[in-house]
Design a protein around this ligand. Sequence first.
Ligand SMILES: [Mn+2]
Length: 395
Amino acid sequence: MQLPTVPELRIREVVRAVETYGLSSPELVGAAALATFALVASLWLVVRWIRRPMGARLKRALAKRDEIAVLMHPNPDPDAMACAIGVAHLAEAVGTDATLQFAGQIRHQENRAFRTVLDLELGQIDHVSELAAEDVVLVDHNTPRGFEGAERVEPYAVVDHHPGNGTGEQFTDQRTEYGACATIIAEYLEDVGGTPVGPDAENGSDGLVVPSEVATGLLYGIQSDTKQLTSGCTESEFQAAAFLYEGIDEDLLDRIANPQVSAEVLEVKSQAISGRDVRGSFAVSDVGRINNADAIPQAADELLQLEGVTAVVVFGRRDETVHLSGRSRDDRVHMGKALESVATDIPGASAGGHARMGGGQVPVEGAAYASGAEAAMWSQAELADDIFAALNGDV
Ligand SMILES: [Mn+2]
């Protein structure tokens, strides 16, 4: 197809006509230039608006509210707590009151140390009515859970790195490829021109200052969710760590990373090691009765360090429930699926997880774990046998 061509002569004529006209009315040319400039300037503003960074968007969404509740996932870990303090800092910068809340417990010594060392005010809730504000910002998870009425909460904003379908009414930022949610929050602070300042720095910086506790908390969140930047990282984790670097307080970092461990946790670990049943390269250990269910996964982590052992399952009983925790560095064993298959035959039991890490809970009645009339159905030894069978793929 031939394109219609405009003869060059015609263009020249038009240009000349405009020139002649323009010369006769210079104010018109001025007005046209002004209009063009205004158009370009407003276009530029629109483009900048559309492409504004996520941190600026969240900041604006927060500024629209007088108060918010920042909700962490149940039994919050350092990543969740770090995100909460980062969002609260951003909120306070725009005059919005932020209350940090969570469901469940903070039992793991590292999580407790994080909370104590950074002097965090975190409120525990059991019911939806205890939420401190109507507008809820979810961090490190995308669907409210773990308290009564959680399903009724429609979050105002969601910032997360887990898969799932939860969204916020005003703002959603879900980056499943990221190793830590704290990375996203650190990026927000950088987006809005934040400057991390060290523990001894003079407070002379213009703009948003990121205090040392916030920067240190965010770095710790990144470290703990990525096994000290060795697992599941993207380039963004390293960039965020570099951004936070100026604000890091090494003393705080050390105190969080090396908390005192309760005697109970150490005893459960010692029982897991001394009472282990090793068959081939798999180890299963029953640690008996426990008070702190958080000790079970820690014992499993410890047992996996043992030379020659490639997959472990530790279980123990707290109240009427047997808690199971499994770890694998053996590509033959998908731990989550193995535990799931153990649980399928037991009424009321649930288990699952990833290839390298899994967990589950078995109600005592269902398992007839306690010695009693129904013990004929299940016994402690049988549970261990079933676990070995599942680890070996005999299911
Ligand atoms: Mn996380």
